[in-house]
Unconditional design. Structure first.
Length: 247
């Protein structure tokens, strides 16, 4: 509750950090029906303009060196969609902003030779401008970590790390949980977090729709704010202020 009022009053600017979660980007004319995973290019540009004028975007690997920076924000995009290359990257370069893209490596592998490819290739990921893109982990097979065994989760995460290493793609050892899910109770949670430590994961992200604070209080339970396709600009600004639409 205390942190809620600090956010309202604008205090704790150096500690607080907004981490926004996106997936796909498409021109409005290409979107048919309701698609909450896809933000229009037009909406994204308006949002990025606002971010440019009001926040400082950072990579996860820059946080320690920027502890005293106020109004920090991290843009995150899950899955490595081809439309990120087509529409997101030009906007990041245009506004000189930074974003972290979380890569599920098996999905990339399976899609590389598809006639109707929807994901970036490893070559395309490798060629992304390092001044505006940081690569991080999103599992290998994109399975729900709360529904598989600890050994399966360990093996999956090792494949994610090893595949990026084999592809010579620099990455930060930050993990975005597929579907935002992980074991959340008792010994299963303790063992799962120990497994992340063993694999030298420095932090891991759920959803949660709330402000985060750095240094992390719970480094494997960091909250992101879900920016949905169809969010009005007013809703977007409200989420930036409070993390959620409803109190």
């Amino acid at each position: 509750m205390f942190r809620f009022f600090k956010r309202i009053l604008g205090f704790s600017k150096a500690e607080s950090i907004r981490i926004l979660m996106y997936h796909k980007v498409q021109p409005e004319k290409n979107i048919s029906g309701k698609d909450t995973l896809t933000v229009t290019v037009e909406d994204l540009e308006e949002q990025l303009q606002y971010i440019k004028n009001n926040y400082t975007t950072l990579f996860f690997n820059e946080l320690e060196a920027n502890r005293t920076t106020e109004r920090k924000l991290i843009l995150t995009f899950d899955d490595g969609y081809l439309n990120n290359l087509q529409y997101l990257i030009p906007l990041l370069e245009k506004y000189r902003l930074k974003a972290t893209i979380f890569i599920p490596t098996e999905l990339i592998q399976k899609d590389e030779n598809s006639e109707q490819r929807t994901m970036m290739t490893f070559e395309e990921i490798r060629s992304l401008n390092p001044e505006c893109v940081e690569i991080a982990l999103h599992s290998h097979s994109h399975r729900n970590y709360s529904q598989i065994s600890l050994q399966e989760a360990h093996d999956d995460l090792r494949k994610n790390i090893r595949t990026l290493e084999e592809q010579k793609i620099p990455f930060t050892k930050v993990l975005a949980y597929p579907y935002g899910k992980f074991p959340k109770k008792g010994q299963a949670k303790t063992d799962f977090f120990s497994m992340l430590e063993q694999n030298e994961i420095i932090s891991a992200l759920r959803i949660g729709n709330n402000m985060a604070y750095f240094p992390w209080k719970n480094k494997f339970e960091i909250k992101r704010i879900d920016i949905k396709g169809g969010d009005s600009f007013g809703v977007f600004k409200w989420k930036l202020r409070l993390g959620k639409v409803k109190l």
